[in-house]
Ligand binder design. Structure first.
Ligand SMILES: Cc1cc2nc3c(=O)[nH]c(=O)nc-3n(C[C@H](O)[C@H](O)[C@H](O)COP(=O)(O)O)c2cc1C
Length: 233
């Protein structure tokens, strides 16, 4: 199994998203998968200009010459696409640009499924599953719903399976002074296991995902923590 993971956090490997994503990809690698992580911040993808030349003039090819040209062949050869992103109401800009720039991989051979117009991936693109890793700062998991919807929509538009979402609300609480807390360590072990199992079975266990996104604190307590930080800032 070959996977490509795109981490859209501007904080790259210092971020909460990387803490979760790297554990997940480590689990995948332990199970024998080949995984490459790419940071959109390094990629600096240029804006899609909306000409749709990649659909009509030069099918499958984006005319914008930037580092995305190095990523397209990797995407074509990957079985799995992992999108990893913090919630930024809803996405960090470069992550949105990356998603827009996936257009050349799709062919506008449209069909209607459940009342919705859907394209599909080109025959030379191996990706058959998309999954999401996402972290947020607020308490409730519903706060990540918009990002889940975006990843799901992308998978449906490309006619590939959406395998699910590894979500971690109030992710920063997994660490104290830069080190994983006891509960943070347990969660990271679960994330590794989820990655391992996914590489083996191609599935994410619902109960494991629920455990990974469990509350680490009461909602009111987290609010007070934020508000105290504001007062003492
Ligand atoms: C511009 C901006 C918008 C954000 N919006 C939200 C939000 O709507 N909901 C949320 O839970 N967290 C929000 N956050 C917090 C981040 O999603 C959260 O801290 C995340 O874990 C950061 O991941 P990173 O360290 O990998 O960048 C926002 C942060 C920034 C900088």
């Amino acid at each position: 199994m070959k996977a490509i993971a795109i981490n859209g956090s501007p904080r790259k490997d210092r971020g909460n998203t990387a803490t979760i994503l790297n554990a997940f990809t480590q689990g995948m690698k332990d199970a024998g998968a080949e995984v490459e992580v790419i940071y959109t911040k390094n990629l600096k993808p240029k804006l899609c200009t909306g000409e749709l030349q990649c659909w009509w003039k030069t099918p499958g090819e984006c005319y914008i010459k930037d580092d995305m040209q190095k990523v397209y062949p990797k995407l074509r050869k990957s079985d799995i696409l992992i999108l990893a992103t913090p919630v930024y109401i809803p996405l960090p800009g470069e992550m949105q640009i990356f998603i827009n720039r996936l257009c050349p991989l799709a062919v506008p051979l449209l069909e209607t499924r459940e009342g919705r117009t859907r394209a599909r991936l080109r025959d030379d693109v191996k990706i058959h599953k998309i999954l999401l890793v996402s972290t947020g700062g607020w308490w409730e998991k519903e706060n990540l719903d918009t990002v889940v919807r975006i990843a799901k929509e992308l998978a449906e538009d490309m006619s590939v399976e959406f395998s699910g979402a590894v979500l971690r609300p109030h992710a920063f609480l997994m660490k104290k002074k830069g080190e994983l807390t006891e509960e943070g360590t347990v969660i990271i072990d679960e994330v590794k296991k989820a990655g391992y199992d996914f590489a083996r079975s191609g599935e994410l266990s619902k109960s494991m995902l629920e455990s990974i996104r469990r509350p680490l604190i009461a909602q009111e307590e987290l609010l007070q923590m934020y508000n105290r930080a504001l007062e003492s800032a």
